[in-house]
Write a protein that binds this ligand. Structure first.
Ligand code: GLP
Length: 247
């Protein structure tokens, strides 16, 4: 069972495969924040690898902040960092739930505005067309993690102004209520420092490290539906991607 998932095409080192398996347990929610993970010996037996190999995988995940050790007690799944995996297209609610935490949203502002040049370009519409602007503070277990500023355009998008966006995931609403299929997204990730407004919202000192993303989400190959700029608190977020060299 150890090899079937990860190694059918790629001769990845075993410690690395175990790392990926454990990471997936966290992302999928099978292992929750605060959970004690199996010992090196148990992992070794379960996956038919040496204790040394298991230790290397654990140590790397400790160094990456996914696990923490407690003297004499064992190794636990970390609470502090949220992982946004960059493989499947998921939204904030899904990412936080996968960590076993409670997602929440404060709508800062929701209104129809004419698209400016930048927004029009990203949504591939004409400048001045009415788009929905949605600004949200996103929290996990009552802790503010991100500020998201979205622009959406689709026929009937103005109805979103009347939807309950505090207690619902936007992606879910688009899919379930509006019947919109979210197919793919492009995202850029950049480092920066928080400005005054975002610092206040995120309860951080002005000029704190932050991760800035710009995401365009598409309903099919070339129909963008949302253009979002988000600011994630740098100390609470990690972005994860799995890269294959060949194929
Ligand atoms: C991510 C993206 C946003 C998107 C959100 C949807 O955070 N950066 O562009 O709006 O997910 O999340 P939810 O479905 O929880 O509203």
């Amino acid at each position: 069972t150890f090899m079937h998932h990860h190694s059918h095409k790629s001769p990845l080192p075993r410690y690395y495969q175990l790392k990926e398996i454990m990471r997936e347990k966290i992302i999928s929610g099978a292992w929750k924040p605060g959970d004690l993970i199996p010992s090196e010996r148990e992992l070794g037996e379960q996956y038919g690898i040496s204790r040394m190999t298991a230790r290397q995988a654990i140590t790397e995940l400790v160094n990456e902040g996914m696990f923490y050790r407690e003297q004499g007690k064992g190794t636990f799944v970390s609470r502090h960092k949220i992982t946004q995996q960059l493989i499947r297209l998921t939204g904030f609610t899904e990412d936080i739930s996968a960590r076993g935490q409670a997602p929440a949203t404060r709508v800062l502002n929701v209104t129809m505005i004419p698209a400016d040049e930048n927004v029009a370009e990203h949504l591939r519409i004409r400048v001045g067309l009415p788009v929905l602007r949605l600004q949200r503070l996103r929290l996990a277990d009552d802790e503010p993690l991100a500020v998201e500023r979205s622009h959406l355009y689709f026929i009937g998008c103005e109805q979103l102004v009347d939807d309950d966006l505090e207690h619902q995931s936007l992606y879910r609403l688009l899919e379930a209520k509006y019947g919109i299929q979210l197919i793919q997204a492009e995202q850029e990730l950049e480092a920066g420092l928080t400005n005054e407004e975002d610092s206040k919202l995120l309860h951080l000192p002005i000029g704190s490290p932050a991760l800035y993303t710009r995401r365009t989400t598409y309903t099919n190959r070339d129909q963008p539906i949302e253009y979002a700029r988000s600011i994630y608190s740098g100390s609470k977020y990690t972005f994860y991607t799995h890269m294959m060299r060949n194929q």
